[in-house]
Design a protein around this ligand. Structure first.
Ligand SMILES: Nc1ncnc2c1ncn2[C@@H]1O[C@H](COP(=O)(O)OP(=O)(O)OP(=O)(O)O)[C@@H](O)[C@H]1O
Ligand SMILES: [Mg+2]
Length: 288
């Protein structure tokens, strides 16, 4: 058993800050619209938490960036994190991925069935090694897990998934921005992460490439059943992809809503527009 000290109540509870509106939507929606709550097989015990923040704060000097955050994310959930620039989104991902430590509070990260740390992070820039060919760049994601022909085979398999198997022997410099980001996604996914943290991974892409990447990400998430934590500035991207959206404001979770819509979702649908409006109202205040 690789879960460490998870709170039993938290395991069974729905998110504590579910709004009345989200509750009404949930109660009138078939359960299969909630992948993390539904009893179908996505290859994993969907009742366990992927990670739990308990009273997590992060201060830099006198400045409190995250203030007493409580957050339980069930395994396999796709959660989006939204908030104004500087509100602490990247800080939250850095804590989750072990790149930083909280000033106070308890953070429990489930390492997954293998008991190894399979948390990966992807950034806005692909951060590829310019001196290594594409396949080798992807193999970096298997460091300490696999090497040699086995690593190469796994690297080619995931490159096939992201549609770049035919570019395996090329250098990063000859790829387009969108293709490099797909290599970065392949590198993040090659070890079959339990948790994938994404820090605005599509932020630098043009609108069409961005929609393609969103579809790719959703398809692979549905196949691999990892827990996705997507930081984005794009509210429509958040509601198109996520099961749940949280908004961070002044160091706290100001909104925590489920997105109970079937997949694939249609960009521009009235349901998505209504949820987008609710999130934008939290970010900028309601005009009413
Ligand atoms: N190592 C650090 N030392 C001092 N302050 C820091 C450090 N890391 C982050 N901060 C501060 O914490 C706050 C939150 O930063 P963070 O990068 O988490 O914001 P963000 O929500 O990701 O913003 P953006 O949307 O612009 O990426 C900022 O005010 C930032 O200056
Ligand atoms: Mg950031």
């Amino acid at each position: 058993m690789s879960v460490i000290a998870l709170d039993q109540k938290a395991k069974d509870a729905r998110p504590a800050r579910e709004t009345a509106e989200a509750r009404a939507l949930r109660e009138t929606t078939p359960t299969h619209w909630f992948p993390y709550a539904a009893p179908h097989a996505r290859g994993r015990d969907v009742r366990e938490n992927a990670f739990s923040f308990r009273g997590i704060s992060r201060k830099f000097g006198d400045k409190t960036v995250l203030d007493n955050i409580d957050l339980d994310v069930p395994a396999g959930q796709f959660i989006a994190v939204i908030g104004k620039s500087g509100c602490g989104k990247s800080t939250l991902l850095r804590l989750l991925t072990g790149l930083d430590r909280p000033t106070s509070g308890t953070l429990t990260v489930n390492k997954g069935a293998e008991g190894q740390n399979r948390t990966r992070i992807m950034f806005q820039e692909p951060r590829l090694l310019p001196w290594a060919r594409i396949a080798k760049n992807v193999e970096v994601g298997l460091t300490g897990i696999a090497k040699g022909p086995q690593a190469h085979e796994q690297s080619l398999a995931i490159l096939r998934e992201v549609g770049l198997a035919d570019r395996a022997k090329e250098w990063p410099s000859v790829l387009s921005g969108g293709q490099r980001q797909r290599v970065a996604l392949a590198r993040a996914l090659v070890a079959h992460p339990y948790i994938l943290a994404l820090d605005e991974p599509l932020g630098a892409l043009d609108a069409l490439t961005r929609i393609e990447m969103q579809q790719l990400l959703e398809r692979i998430w549905l196949q691999q059943a990892f827990t996705a934590v997507l930081v984005t500035h794009d509210v429509s991207e958040a509601v198109a992809l996520a099961d749940r959206v949280i908004v961070i404001d002044h160091g706290r979770i100001a909104l925590d809503i489920d997105i109970p819509l079937e997949r694939p979702r249609r960009h521009g649908s009235p349901e998505l527009a209504r949820l987008e409006g609710q999130i934008l109202d939290t970010l900028f205040g309601s005009a009413a």
